[in-house]
Design a protein around this ligand. Structure first.
Ligand SMILES: [Fe+2]
Length: 246
């Protein structure tokens, strides 16, 4: 089985930014795991929540990125850092559409924004605000790990969300987690997943596991879907990388 090259658009390997990796040693181990599995480039997406100013968040992100670049200088992963695009996993808040800093929270300087929706039962206002975010801020919304919102009784609103002009990202974890494979397969085969990412947070907790997820999909015969999703990853990564000037 040939190893698939891939681009990851949802990662948390900037040390000390959030619940992601703790320090530069763990970041380097995560990058090694990613590169060994065929990762050719990545967007880092530390969490942003509105209890922090965007300015403060961007400063923290820049410092974390620069310290990781410095730590990896002279190592075999120095060149990988040149593939890294700075992005954000933006926590949903109803006031988000009023935030004029939204372009700074997009992936690279592109118009793609990775949006994490509430881990709670939604009401219709959530979908209305996603729609307004796209219209008012002129962004392309990628819904982070759609599979994680089902358990809060959101199936009906998720179906409505799927009719909207958003892109859907699934975590590789959903393919590998015990008992979830059939649901993951259903979402993918029904073309409800555009992008497959690891959302990797550490070497043990949410580790980079794209290779295992792809292997499992291959065993299930999802060759076309693997190609389709990885191609989408690549197209979006390329746009973000180009806009970021990498
Ligand atoms: Fe994430």
């Amino acid at each position: 089985m040939d190893k698939h090259e891939y681009y990851d658009l949802h990662t948390h390997f900037l040390p000390g930014m959030d619940l992601g990796c703790k320090n530069t040693d763990e970041a380097m181990q995560m990058i090694k795991m990613m590169v060994d599995q065929g990762c050719m480039g990545a967007v880092v997406t530390p969490h942003f929540y509105p209890d922090e100013t965007v300015e403060s968040y961007l400063t923290r992100r820049e410092n974390a990125y620069l310290s990781l670049c410095e730590a990896l200088k002279g190592t075999e992963y120095e060149s990988f850092m040149r593939t890294v695009v700075l992005g954000t996993e933006v926590g949903y808040h109803k006031s988000l559409i009023f935030n004029s800093w939204i372009p700074k929270l997009c992936m690279g300087m592109s118009d793609y924004i990775l949006l994490e929706l509430p881990f709670a039962k939604w009401n219709h206002e959530v979908l209305e605000n996603v729609q307004r975010l796209m219209e008012v801020r002129n962004v392309k919304v990628i819904i982070a790990h759609l599979e994680r919102y089902f358990e809060y009784g959101n199936k009906k609103l998720i179906n409505e969300l799927l009719q909207m002009n958003v892109m859907i990202q699934m975590n590789t974890e959903h393919l590998l987690k015990f008992g979830a494979f059939r649901h993951a397969l259903d979402m993918i085969q029904n073309k409800r997943v555009d992008i497959l990412c690891t959302d990797c947070h550490g070497t043990f907790f949410y580790p980079p596991n794209m290779e295992q997820a792809i292997a499992k999909m291959e065993r299930a015969g999802l060759h076309d879907d693997i190609q389709r999703m990885l191609e989408n990853n690549y197209v979006i990564y390329s746009e973000c990388s180009r806009m970021a000037g990498n």
